[in-house]
Design a protein around this ligand. Structure first.
Ligand code: SF4
Ligand code: F3S
Ligand code: FES
Length: 241
């Protein structure tokens, strides 16, 4: 398969502004991923191409990028899925995710994203002594299911950086932080839900979400992101979790 690849390039040490690098690869197996073809460019054409990746299996969340205009993990998108039916060639355009400062080529500075994540206390809070006769704080299956979906987040940032509300104002905490707050707000064993709801009720919290749904489409873990945000809005409105 012929792949015509356009990659947004930017090296702050030598470029005044970003530019498009164009690369043609003519022997790509349709089962290769976008990450595979980026590796081909880096390893055989231009070693200065800079990208972030680790597991190559959709687990670590490090290679979120904008592929043909939509956020995705490069390792999870096969080039054949981007081609028209029965076509032997495909055009693939790759850019860094939007709304975060570009460090170099496809690598962005994730610190503003992780600042928002940290701001919602994304960890278990319970200072009560452990139950006398057991080592675990038990809960029912019904209680567990309330936050099951949001435990799947891998912090890839594909949701937050596809959100127009976040593009408009980077102070918006963003869907990923809300998802990770949801995971603990709705955990019956956790005791800090009121604090988290207070944080998310602030002007740059959950009400900045305008229910645009880009986040749900972008999530590589198929988390129902917009629904989880609605759960948090409902909890804030009613005081009930
Ligand atoms: Fe990535 Fe989905 Fe988590 Fe957002 S909710 S950071 S898209 S895994
Ligand atoms: Fe943004 Fe998702 Fe809300 S795209 S506006 S966080 S539904
Ligand atoms: Fe780990 Fe793609 S490289 S998710």
């Amino acid at each position: 398969m012929l792949v015509e690849l356009r990659i947004r390039r930017y090296n702050p040490e030598q470029d005044k502004k970003a530019w498009w690098g164009e690369y043609t690869l003519d022997d790509v197996n349709p089962n290769e991923s976008v990450l595979d073809v980026l590796h081909r460019v880096k390893w055989t054409i231009d070693g200065t191409l800079t990208l972030r990746r680790s597991c190559a299996h959709g687990v670590c969340g490090s290679d979120a990028m904008r592929i043909n205009g939509a956020n995705a993990l490069a390792c999870k998108v096969l080039v054949s899925r981007l081609a028209k039916e029965n076509s032997e060639s495909v055009q693939v355009q790759v850019e860094p995710i939007l709304g975060l400062p570009v460090v170099k080529d496809l690598v962005v500075n994730m610190e503003p994203f992780f600042d928002h994540y940290r701001s919602v206390k994304p960890y278990f809070v319970n200072d009560d002594p452990l139950p006398e006769n057991g080592r675990e704080r038990l809960q029912t299956q019904e209680d567990r299911i309330k936050f099951d979906d949001t435990t799947k987040c891998i912090l890839c940032a594909a949701c937050t950086t596809s959100c127009p509300s976040f593009w408009a104002n980077g102070r918006y905490v963003g869907p990923a932080a809300i998802i990770n707050a949801h995971r603990f707000i709705f955990d019956s064993r956790d005791e800090a839900y009121e604090e988290r709801l207070e944080i998310l009720g602030q002007p740059y919290g959950v009400w900045r979400c305008r229910t645009i749904f880009n986040c749900t489409s972008a999530c590589p873990r198929d988390i129902q992101v917009t629904k989880a945000i609605a759960d948090v809005k409902h909890a804030l409105s009613t005081g009930q979790v």
